[in-house]
Design a protein around this ligand. Structure first.
Ligand code: DP6
Length: 346
C-alpha cells in the first residue's frame, strides 16, 4: 500500500483541516456464493465464499474528511447520488467514524468504469474502495484483514474485493473474524469472466433484501450445511488449475443459490429465459471440449468463467447465439489499492 494522500486546506481566511485519499477496487465474481446472513446488522454471512476479482471492472473513490462539512456528501459517476445510495453510504461512514473515533463528515466521489445500469453489481468494488480511501485519509494504517472486515459491513461481497486474485472469505463467528484473504495471485491461473449482459434492468429485489429472505427457503439450511464442502472442492481445483474439477462445483453452487431464491417466500426469480438458454449452451460447449462454466449472481446476466485460451471463442459463440447479447470480458484482478494523484483518471 502507498502512503495516504493527505492535504490541509485553507477556506475563507480560516484554517480548515481536510484529509483526502483516493482508492480503487475491483468487482468480483463468486464461485461459491454468499447468500444469507447469520447477523444481517454486521453482515456476518451464513457461509464462507470464494471469488475471483475482475480486472476490467473497478470503482475509484475519493474521500475528503473535512471540519467544514455539516453533512456527508456523495457523488456517483459525477452526479449527486440517489437517496437510497446516499443513506447506505452514510451508514457505512457512520460505521467507519465509530471505528476510527472521528466525528468529521465526508465528501465522497465515486466513479465506476462500467455502467451502473449494466446489471453488474457495483457494491463490492464501491464499498471496498470507499473503505480503503476513508481509512487511509485519516492516516489509519489498517491491515488488509481489518480493511476486509470493515468493507464487509458496507456490502458483504466488498470484503472479497480487498485482497488480490482468487479470494476466500471465511465466514467467522464474530465481526473481526469475518474477513477475506487471497488464496492465489491474479497471475496464478489465467481465467477470464466473459459476461453475457442480457438485461440492463434494475433488479426488482436487491441482494440485501434477498439475503434477508434466504431463511424462508427450506433449502437454505442444506445449502449452508454443504457449502464448506463445495468451497474445499473449488479451492482445491483452483490451486491445482483443474478446470474440469472447478466447472461442476461452480455451476452446482450457483444453481443451489438460485434454488434457494426461487423457493424463498415470496419467491425470487432472477433467471430469464435467455439466461437458461445460455446456461444450457455453456454446458453443451463444455461437452465439446471448451473450457467454460456458468455462474449467475442476483440477476439474469450469465458469467461465463473460461480458460483464457477459450475466452474469445466463448464471446463469439454468445454473439452467434443472440446478437443482442452484450459481452464484457475480464481477466483476474488485483486487490484494492490507494492511488497517487497522478493515476486517478479512469
Ligand atoms: C448473489 O454483497 O451484494 O452476488 O451484503 O447486502 O451488499 P450485501 O449483498 P451483496 O451480495 C452478493 C450476493 C451474490 C453472491 C456473492 O457475490 O457471493
Amino acid at each position: 500500500m502507498h502512503l495516504p494522500q493527505q492535504q490541509l486546506g485553507l477556506r475563507i481566511g480560516t484554517m480548515v483541516t481536510e484529509f483526502t485519499a483516493t482508492a480503487r477496487a475491483h468487482s468480483n465474481i463468486a464461485f461459491i456464493k454468499y447468500w444469507g446472513n447469520r447477523d444481517s446488522g454486521i453482515r456476518l454471512p451464513a457461509n464462507s465464499s470464494l471469488s475471483m476479482n475482475l480486472a476490467a471492472l473497478h470503482s475509484t473513490t475519493r474521500v475528503t474528511w473535512s471540519e467544514a462539512l455539516a453533512e456527508d456528501r456523495l457523488m456517483i459517476n459525477e452526479e449527486p447520488a440517489a437517496p437510497a445510495a446516499f443513506l447506505r453510504v452514510r451508514a457505512h461512514l457512520d460505521t467507519l467514524r465509530a471505528e476510527l473515533g472521528s466525528t468529521l463528515r465526508a465528501d465522497v466521489s465515486s466513479n465506476n468504469n462500467f455502467p451502473m445500469g449494466a446489471g453488474i453489481a457495483s457494491s463490492a468494488s464501491a464499498f471496498a474502495a470507499l473503505t480503503v480511501a476513508a481509512t487511509a485519509a485519516l492516516g489509519m494504517g489498517l491491515s488488509a484483514r481489518e480493511l476486509s472486515a470493515l468493507a464487509r459491513r458496507g456490502s458483504g461481497s466488498a470484503a472479497r474485493s480487498i485482497p488480490a486474485g482468487f479470494v476466500e472469505w471465511r465466514a467467522g463467528s464474530a465481526d473481526k473474524e469475518s474477513y477475506a484473504e487471497s488464496i492465489a495471485s491474479p497471475d496464478y491461473w489465467p481465467l477470464e469472466d466473459v459476461i453475457a449482459v442480457i438485461s440492463r434492468d434494475h433488479k426488482h429485489v436487491g441482494s440485501t433484501a434477498g439475503h434477508a429472505a434466504a431463511d424462508t427457503s427450506i433449502l437454505q439450511r442444506v445449502r449452508v450445511e454443504t457449502a464448506a464442502d463445495r468451497l474445499e472442492r473449488a479451492k482445491h481445483a483452483i490451486l491445482a488449475r483443474d478446470f474440469e474439477g472447478l466447472a461442476p462445483v461452480v455451476e452446482e453452487d450457483s444453481n443451489l443459490m438460485h434454488a434457494v431464491m426461487m423457493t424463498s417466500k415470496p419467491s425470487l426469480f432472477y433467471w430469464l429465459p435467455k439466461s437458461l438458454r445460455i446456461m444450457l449452451a455453456v454446458q453443451e460447449w463444455r461437452r465439446q471440449g471448451v473450457k467454460v462454466c456458468y455462474t449467475l449472481d442476483a440477476g439474469p446476466n450469465v458469467h461465463c468463467i473460461c480458460g483464457a485460451e477459450d475466452a474469445a471463442a466463448v464471446a463469439a459463440r454468445l454473439k452467434e447465439l443472440d446478437s443482442d447479447i452484450e459481452v464484457i470480458r475480464s481477466s483476474v484482478g488485483g486487490g484494492a489499492q490507494l492511488l497517487n494523484a497522478s493515476d486517478r483518471s479512469d
